[in-house]
Design a binder for this molecule. Structure first.
Ligand code: FAD
Length: 387
């Protein structure tokens, strides 16, 4: 595995860092972190600043608003946004997951229609897979697409859809044909969320980013809204989930949080107190973060090479999310009551990330497939154990 970046990629990282360090960008990021409860970051100006340079989706072709570069540049952007404290969820959803799926499975017309707005940082897509009784076992989904002249009408309820109340469209998995084999007969539609028959309601969460519940009461979809094949949507679902599992954003979040805890240790421990009682645990976690970074970069290398089925994806997702969660847990011990000071508190240190990470962390090992599901994929894909 060659982890060296090319001179062009190093330059891209420097350019991105220079933009993210700008005073106006840092001020916007700081106010996004200090939003009062019930409010959350949406489409920030910084996304448009990145988008107008083609840097938001650098791996997309120029005609869709990118630079025609590789997934490596995209990962560099994710790492640097998180390292610079810029909220990244909108960007990860729009570009890494939904946009890339449209890029891989959408028709040329759909790509021209949906991608440029995402790449300019002016639009957002979301994922409509989970249902009230369907999460890990997605093939059991109950949302139906009933055929009608000119297309299908969708009926069902989708939940836990991150940021759907802000999205232009959602990638929705629905059953077009009943089948004995659950993986057959599923189709993925790009559903414009302003279509009559679509209702989006907020689902509150303790994390900063909000879910939506999306009720589908018969919106009409046509062939133009289909990603991949009609009745052959399972590979699209699998690929979308795979795109979510490089672990790169969790490795970056783990690093940022660990660095915050380490600097807090330096601030509270006088030299005469000797080494931190948490030193061994923190050193072990530092090693785990580094290993997670390597796994994530290995997964990105596979993605860049078009190898989408390697067990390195569940390994990277499992490792990075479990590590980031463990770091969040130790912060509460290391920081004591300071851990609950939010970025809104005037006494919280600048750039404080611990409190929001404590609320975010429980979701790390659930989103995009739970840790148990990742272990099961590793068991079958890497160890050859029967599922
Ligand atoms: C932060 C966050 C963001 C999300 N964003 C979205 C989104 O944008 N769009 C969307 O559609 N969904 C989203 N989800 C939902 C997410 O995909 C589901 O929560 C996840 O797939 C688990 O499904 P579930 O909650 O129904 O739990 P279940 O599938 O019911 O699982 C319950 C428990 O059983 C375990 N389990 C289930 N099956 C197995 C098995 N085969 N072997 C061993 N253990 C098993 C699980 O690990 C878990 O511990 C999000 C969730 C979170 C936390």
């Amino acid at each position: 595995m060659d982890l060296r970046l090319t001179a062009e990629q190093e330059q891209y990282r420097r350019d991105v860092c220079a933009l993210l360090r700008r005073d106006d960008v840092q001020a916007e990021a700081a106010s996004a972190r200090r939003l009062p409860p019930g409010q959350e970051p949406g489409l920030l100006d910084v996304y448009r600043l990145l988008g107008e340079r083609g840097w938001l989706a650098p791996n997309w072709p120029a005609e869709h608003g990118g630079l025609g570069r590789t997934i490596v540049e995209k990962a560099i952007l994710t790492e640097e946004m998180i390292a610079h404290g810029v909220p990244d969820v909108v960007h990860t959803l729009a570009i890494d997951i939904v946009g890339l799926a449209v890029h891989l499975f959408g028709s040329a017309e759909m790509q021209d229609r949906l991608l440029p707005r995402l790449a300019r940082g002016e639009g957002l897509g979301c994922v409509l897979f989970s249902e009230p009784e369907v999460g890990s076992d997605l093939a059991a989904l109950t949302t139906r697409a009933e055929p009608e002249a000119g297309g299908w009408r969708l009926y069902g309820r989708k939940v836990y859809s991150l940021k759907s109340h802000l999205a232009d469209f959602g990638l929705c998995a629905a059953r077009t044909t009943a089948s004995e084999v659950p993986y057959h007969g599923i189709t993925v539609f790009a559903v414009p969320l302003d279509t009559p028959g679509v209702t989006v309601r907020p689902m509150w969460t303790m994390a900063d980013e909000r879910f939506g519940e999306v009720t589908l009461s018969g919106p009409l979809m046509t062939e133009a809204d289909v990603l991949g094949e009609v009745d052959g949507g399972w590979p699209v679902v699998g690929r979308v989930l795979g795109l979510e599992r490089t672990g790169i954003e969790f490795a970056a979040k783990g690093r940022r949080l660990l660095d915050a805890v380490l600097s807090h240790q330096d601030a509270v421990l006088a030299p005469e107190e000797g080494p931190s009682p948490y030193a061994e645990q923190l050193v072990a976690l530092d090693a785990q973060v580094r290993a997670g970074e390597l796994l994530s970069w290995q997964a990105l290398g596979k993605l860049a090479a078009g190898d989408y089925d390697d067990p390195v994806y569940p390994m990277a997702k499992w490792h990075s999310t479990e590590t980031a969660k463990a770091i969040a847990a130790i912060t509460a011990e290391v920081c004591g009551l300071d851990a609950v000071l939010s970025a809104r508190d005037p006494d919280s240190p600048p750039g404080w990330v611990v409190e929001s990470a404590l609320r975010d962390a429980p979701g790390f090992t659930l989103a995009s497939g739970t840790s148990e599901v990742m272990l099961s994929l590793i068991a079958s894909g890497a160890l050859g154990l029967a599922p």
